[in-house]
Design a protein around this ligand. Structure first.
Ligand SMILES: [Fe+2]
Length: 178
């Protein structure tokens, strides 16, 4: 019971912050999409609900097998959305397939080195590219079992350092130029 609520709390808090950062980006580059981006970011990691806490909260580095399991979470999340296990807010307005696709690709990288499909550049859905920046910023600025959080200033530097490789450069700029 305690473990379940630990996971729920961690996911809810992480997704809430990512949704807030993603909305800030959307406001600058695509105001018409704020609502769908905010909702998608709020469920982007829902596939992690199916992953064991011993992997999710492992205090050390993950081994290869554990990485394989972790890397399934975008597909698991997309599938949960398509099967309506996750209820899509305003589904009359937002197609579950659009949200599922964005969730599926939120770990792709601009240079094609991400997963699950190694999509590149603008082939990656815009919502996924926005979530990728917001997600990385939140990951860097919160404590993890194996490392301390970076300051917001250092995290911004990291986002800019990887603009054009990991991140869509326009989105990275839009996020950091406040
Ligand atoms: Fe994720």
């Amino acid at each position: 019971m305690i473990c379940t609520s630990l996971k729920e709390d961690y996911l809810d808090e992480h997704q809430y912050r990512v949704s807030s950062y993603a909305s800030q980006i959307a406001k600058r580059i695509s105001p018409g999409l704020i609502e769908i981006i905010s909702f998608t970011a709020a469920v982007h990691d829902v596939g992690k609900k199916s992953i064991n806490n011993s992997i999710l909260f492992k205090p050390g580095q993950l081994n290869q097998d554990e990485w394989v399991i972790i890397r399934r979470h975008p597909l698991l999340g997309a599938s949960m959305i398509m099967r309506r296990v996750v209820k899509v807010k305003n589904s009359y307005k937002f197609k579950p397939s659009t949200i599922a696709l964005a969730v599926l690709h939120h770990h792709e990288r601009w240079d094609g080195s991400g997963y699950p499909d190694g999509q590149k550049g603008e082939d990656i859905p815009l919502i996924s590219r926005i979530i990728a920046v917001a997600d990385a910023f939140d990951a860097m600025t919160t404590d993890r079992p194996y490392r301390k959080a970076l300051s917001k200033e250092d995290a911004v530097k990291e986002i800019l350092r990887y603009a054009g490789t990991q991140f869509d450069p326009n989105i990275a700029e839009a996020f950091v130029c406040k």
